[in-house]
Unconditional design. Sequence first.
Length: 220
Amino acid sequence: MRRLETRLAEETQRLERLYEAYRKAEGDIADKQALIDVLEKEALDREIEREGLEHLLSEKDNKIRELELDGAKSSKRVEHLEPELEKMEEKYSKERAMLGRVYEITEELDEQLQTAQSELEARDDWYVQHMKVFEDLNQAIKDRYEMIESAVEKAAEFQKAQESFKQRMEEAISTAQKTGATIPVGPVEVSVDAGPDGVLGTDDDEIQVNPAGTAEQEEE
């Protein structure tokens, strides 16, 4: 009777260690889930930042198009004024003061056109200087998404493996209770000893979980 109590205590300790390992694995899964939540939040923040940058680029493009349109309008105004100027020169050749004013207007329009062209050139220089930054940012966002997807896949594989091991353990215990055989389950093996009633499959069965190969060593 004392020997049975000792064995029961040993098996209880083994089951407690196994349960502790199972609890630790659950804790690891919870930590991984927390990490996944953090990564998902970071991915959302990056997406918001990306959308903000796209909005900023859209505003820049709109401003550039406005400048281009202003330049085109200025060119049209110059083209319209030149024939009018010729007519005024022919018609009012004696009115030099008025012609001088027209020339001044033309010069002002030329300055506006040059200013618009300078702004367009500055826009092109800005794009050349910053395009590499946007390309690197897009690549960084892509790499971050790939890291998150990899972490999610690994966490899912770990959970699947744990559920599979739990199911195999339950099946092994059931088989051992029915046959009395030692059932290997990955790195461990499961066996069931009949309890005090000497009958397998009852509530007083003693379930033993040992490292794989323990049964063979005991037979030797």
